[in-house]
Design a protein around this ligand. Sequence first.
Ligand code: ATP
Ligand code: MG
Length: 550
Amino acid sequence: MEEPVKTPGDTADEPRDFIRQRIERDIEAGQLPDGVVTRFPPEPNGFLHIGHAKSICLNFGVAEEYGGHTYLRFDDTNPIKEDEAYVKAIQEDVSWLGFEWTALTHASDYFEELYKFAVDLINDGKAYVDSQDAEAIRAGRGTLTEPGVNSPHRDRSVAENLDLFTRMRAGEFADGEHVLRAKIDMSSPNINMRDPVLYRIRHVTHQRTGDAWCIYPMYDFTHCISDALEGITHSLCTLEFEDHRPLYDWVLDNSNVNFHPPQIEFSRLGLEYTVMSKRLLNRLVDENLVSGWDDPRMPTIAGLRRRGVRPAAIREFCRRVGVTKQDNIIEMNLLEFCIRADLESSAPRGMGVLKPLKVTVTNWPGDEETLEGPWHGKNEALGTRTLPFSGELWIEQDDFAMEPPKKWKRLSPGEMVRLRYAFIIRCDEVITDADGAVVELKCTYFPESRSGSDTSGLKPKGVIHWVSAAHAVAVQINDYGRLFRVPAPTADTFLDDINPDSLEVLNGYVEPAIMSSESRHFQFERLGYFYKDPHADGQFNKTVSLREGF
Ligand code: ATP
Ligand code: MG
């Protein structure tokens, strides 16, 4: 973990991370007259995950903190994998996290300009058309220990290069017949500098530009020029791009742009028991191992939202993780801590029974009684709700023990327990089925033990939750566990490491006020936090348990 877990509210006087320190120095040096300009540049080839949230919080966060603005830029240069549906989902997720972009752009907005910059490079003798196939180009690039070899087409004349590049654009060649390469240094110790490909031919329809183009610029050419055109003052990216920085700088140094942003790298967020790559998450979706990108077990923003996580919890998590140059896998406990801390004081607390056991109150007079309880013991602003009570109740199977262990504070034969906000009951008789399983408890209730006006003098050891069988609403409760069995699933074996028991579906009951409340987030007392699924009526998704390790 990059920063120890602190108690909530512990935010003052933190040391600034290295990126914020850099921005503060730039401001002091008078280098940011128009403020900080950042961008969040996702490729629309999947839904955003919590790793992206780290980048979003950083990019939008610094612009907010220091004054400035942030572009949401879709890096849409690879039409084969990209989809307009992802563009929509990404916008929804960034907004939901609470950030506003000043402009929404696409790398494809710059295709025409990028093409002109490429032509300029050709005219300057800094780019050439290579006609080797992909395999030969790869082989010619050499290895970490061996220099590359020059392509036989490296010394084509400017005129020939211009002619071929124009015809590439015009669609005269098939995919892979030619590429445009930068002419840098085939023996550079940095393989990215060994004449990287700038353009390739792809006869595919682009989700935005349609069939206008059949050549598409590569990331390393597109990204830096897009940053320059947008006047990005700090191009923040993850560490795997450190080795690309010389190329980022080379392209800008050799192109006629009037702005040269610095690229600054920070560590990727990794999280235990999950995978954090759109490509791998896409396989989980494609192979139906989850119900979709928004399956509550997914580390996607949409999945976390559907689980019942709120934006503030994700932002707090990102703040605590911090920004460093150290790659790390963060413990799930930190995320769960933030989720719990966010819901603790604001989610109403009601009663739900996950594994119901029937209780018959044998001395119940038969009328219905309406009790009342606060929605939250410590947050009066949430108000109260009514609780119907009757002669048939559901309690939790786990709250009854035929042979109670020592210090048992719940129900057992002959013993008493208080029903939360209601009465004390005593278990008089246990009904079992043919296999000996407990199916019903016959209990007595004590009318004078009503919560708030208890004159019974009885002192049961514990309090349990319950619902009235006649009034409770039957619901499906989805209890989610970890999606993977191992803390750090790898790309090669992650499908074998899936936890087969990551979803337990329970048929339980909730008190009626939970169904009629406008809130979707609840604590079910003694059980955890649950979220009324907006896409599946009558279903609740478990957001997080009440304590660590459950
Ligand atoms: P993925 O492998 O999940 O597709 P990516 O890096 O290819 O990740 P992009 O859509 O290119 O995804 O990412 C947009 C931005 O989000 C980039 O600046 C990238 O560095 C950042 N980002 C992606 N994953 C993480 C992560 N795990 N932690 C921090 N930032 C991330
Ligand atoms: Mg990517």
